[in-house]
Structure formats: structure tokens, C-alpha cells
Design a protein around this ligand. Structure first.
Ligand code: SF4
Length: 168
């Protein structure tokens, strides 16, 4: 991703308007280092078109009513991406859940394994005060826990969350 941003900077097209003005194939070439570049270029253009229709820059999206629902209507934006945009780009407290979250909380007997994205998100919305920094920190800790200990094969003996396992 960093290399794709460097390429966009080098081509002097890092602004939303400049990226949208590029032919899709050219945009795809520039973001090639990010992987799946053709699909990503198409999705990026959908998002940039949405952005242009709603003020032209990311901060302006904060003023759009029902912004989460609007983002979910953009082709290629799923709930995890929408919540990431809300939390990290717009600083709106919208909890981001992912496969790591589902894995850890299911292993601790707190949610069913097949819980839907929206139900898992609601679980956190019910439990936590809606606070941008708290949501960011919680998500970062979940990602760290999954990467260091709660891998496909869990390393519970080393994990700081072991005392919280249902069997403990
Ligand atoms: S103790 Fe750690 S590694 Fe084990 S299930 Fe819990 S989070 Fe995962």
C-alpha cells in the first residue's frame, strides 16, 4: 500500500480530483503494488465518484446524513470498509469488526462462530461507550492479539487473555 501511495505522489495525483481524472487503466497501473490493482482501481473510482458528489473531500462526508448507509450503497464498499472510513478517516465512532474479532470472541464463548458482521458490531456498540479513540484502541488490540497469539492455531499458553477463557 505504501508503494502505491508513493507512486500516486510521484505522479502528482494524490488528491481525489486528480485520481478521478485519471483513466482507470492508468490509476490501476499506479496502484499495482497494492495488489488486486484492477479491482481496487474500479472500487476506488466508485468511491471517488461518490466523494465528488458529496463535497469533493473526505472531511465533507462528515456532514452527509446517514453516511454509513450512503457508503454501503457505493459499489465495492462493504461494512468493514465503511466502518474503517467512518472511524479512521472521519473520526466517527463506528466500531470496526473483522475475522480476528469473530475468532477471538467466539473462542471465548462470547458470540456464536457464525455471527453476522452487523450483530458482532452491535455487540460492541452495546458494550462500549461510543468513543473514537476507545474504538481505535480496542480494534488495534484485537488485531495484535490475533496476530501474536490467537492465530489459526491459538497459542493460549502464552496469551495474556488466557485467564479470560471460559474454562479458566
Ligand atoms: S487465550 Fe488468547 S490465544 Fe487463546 S483463545 Fe483467547 S485470545 Fe485466543
Amino acid at each position: 500500500m505504501e508503494r502505491a501511495i508513493t507512486a500516486l505522489k510521484a505522479a502528482d495525483v494524490l488528491s481525489p480530483a486528480a485520481m478521478l481524472a485519471l483513466p482507470e487503466a492508468h490509476l490501476a497501473e499506479l496502484i499495482r503494488p497494492a495488489g488486486y490493482f484492477r479491482v481496487k482501481a474500479k472500487r476506488l473510482r466508485h468511491f471517488l465518484t461518490f466523494l465528488q458528489a458529496h463535497g469533493g473531500d473526505v472531511p465533507a462526508l462528515r456532514e452527509v446524513p446517514h453516511i454509513r448507509e450512503r457508503l454501503l450503497e457505493v459499489s465495492g464498499i462493504g461494512p468493514e470498509t465503511a466502518d474503517s472510513i467512518l472511524l479512521y478517516a472521519l473520526e466517527i465512532p463506528s466500531f470496526v469488526v473483522d475475522a480476528y474479532t469473530r475468532r477471538i470472541f467466539h473462542r471465548h464463548g462470547l458470540v456464536p462462530e457464525d455471527i453476522s458482521y452487523e450483530d458482532l458490531r452491535a455487540y460492541f456498540a452495546d458494550a462500549l461507550t461510543p468513543d473514537v479513540n476507545l474504538y481505535k484502541e480496542f480494534h488495534a488490540l484485537i488485531v495484535r492479539t490475533a496476530k501474536e497469539w490467537c492465530r489459526a492455531k491459538p497459542r493460549c499458553a502464552l496469551c495474556p487473555l488466557a485467564p479470560l477463557l471460559p474454562s479458566s
